[in-house]
Design a protein. Structure first.
Length: 382
């Protein structure tokens, strides 16, 4: 009889660091512990927030033991000597762990020394050969050295397979989705809970998440200028990562409300519930495949979503293609927004397939798929 999993170790950024990967890991752990409250979870995190270990509100043991872009993980291996794990799972992002293969070597060493039963990597970004980050391809070539590689989209899965990763090691588990608990609350209540006045007029369009150039906010502002005869309130909510984007928003001609600070997932859910529609006019980095966590937070709001046809929003294109536009085309975006306003009830009905996908990818379901993968790997005997 198979032994149940008792202890999982995650290598990841973790709250309170302001990062999508940190939020992702915390939501996954929360769902895993809902399925198995006896599960021991350790997070071997970066030391960006503190050097001291702590126990968080989920009962997770957080052990900071390496810097961002580390080249040496010996301290993490020392910590694993004290708490060996059944599964050691890295949440990889190039912006955190870089393109060096030291982290893969640390995973292999942990397994060889029996500090971890199986080692897994989730690749949150997969690079194509056209990428400007050529060292990323060398990192990806080393992925056959781990027991399993989790990806979020079929684009990522097929790209890694084409690059030589064994198909049996690739597992597509979609990004988890939170069904929004705030949909029954009034706009006035939600605005107040976010520190805003209820000063919205016309159609409320929301752009949640970090304010960066790749979010395409300039394209949205250009589109709203084209629609100057229509009434909108643009709600931009997130921590600014680019002074230029901040200046664009401040000088926008459209009525704009800004929440310029880091927002927790719960606050983003309130932003989504407050809006009439979500707009995600993203531009993707050349040669990079990823999946948007903001898309999944937005999907759970059961509101129409307009987005660009980019790899990061491939699920939107798959389940609601008529609400997508080419990236970098403000005129096309303006047409789509105008159509949405004039056909709002139809747009809500059209999104039904995406809402179904949101239900199928709820965090509890995705956590179950992770547990199933872990158990299958541990049970497998050659």
């Amino acid at each position: 009889m198979a032994q149940p999993i008792r202890r999982i170790g995650f290598i990841s950024r973790y709250s309170p660091v302001h990062c999508g990967i940190a939020e992702y890991t915390k939501m996954l752990i929360s769902a895993l512990r809902s399925l198995n409250p006896r599960l021991e979870v350790y997070v071997f995190s970066t030391d960006e927030a503190t050097n001291e270990p702590w126990l968080d509100e989920l009962g997770v043991n957080v052990i900071p033991c390496y810097p961002r872009f580390a080249s040496n993980y010996s301290k993490m291996l020392d910590e694993l000597v004290e708490v060996p794990v059944d599964v050691l799972h890295l949440q990889h992002e190039y912006g955190i762990y870089g393109m060096g293969r030291e982290i893969i070597e640390a995973l292999s060493e942990a397994k060889e020394e029996k500090l971890a039963g199986k080692v897994i990597i989730t690749m949150h970004t997969v690079d194509h050969p056209y990428t400007e980050r050529k060292d990323a391809l060398k990192f990806q070539a080393a992925l056959n050295n781990v027991d399993a590689v989790v990806v979020h989209s079929s684009l990522q899965e097929f790209e890694l397979h084409i690059q030589g990763i064994e198909a049996s090691k690739l597992h597509r588990i979609p990004h988890g989705t939170l069904i929004n608990p705030y949909l029954c609350y009034t706009r006035s209540y939600l605005a107040k809970s976010l520190g805003l006045q209820d000063e919205f007029s016309g159609v409320v369009l929301s752009v949640p998440g970090f304010l960066r150039k790749d979010k395409g906010i300039d394209m949205l502002l250009d589109a709203l200028e084209i629609l100057e005869d229509m009434r909108f309130t643009l709600l931009i909510a997130g921590e600014s990562k680019d002074p230029e984007v901040h200046r664009l928003v401040e000088n926008a001609s459209a009525k704009t409300i800004i929440i310029e600070r880091y927002l927790s997932s719960d606050e983003i859910l309130r932003v989504v519930a407050l809006a009439d529609a979500i707009v995600l006019p993203y531009r993707d980095r050349r040669g990079a495949y990823a999946v948007s966590g903001i898309l999944h937070l937005s999907m759970g709001g059961l509101k129409p979503i307009i987005g660009s046809r980019t790899p990061r929003l491939v699920e939107l294109y798959q389940f609601a293609p008529r609400l997508t536009v080419p990236p970098g085309e403000p005129k096309e975006l303006a047409k789509k927004i105008a159509w949405l306003v004039e056909n709002y009830d139809y747009a809500v009905a059209y999104m039904t397939e995406l809402y179904g996908y949101a239900a199928r990818t709820q965090w509890i379901r995705m956590a179950h798929r992770h547990l199933e993968l872990y158990q299958n790997l541990l049970d497998f005997k050659i």
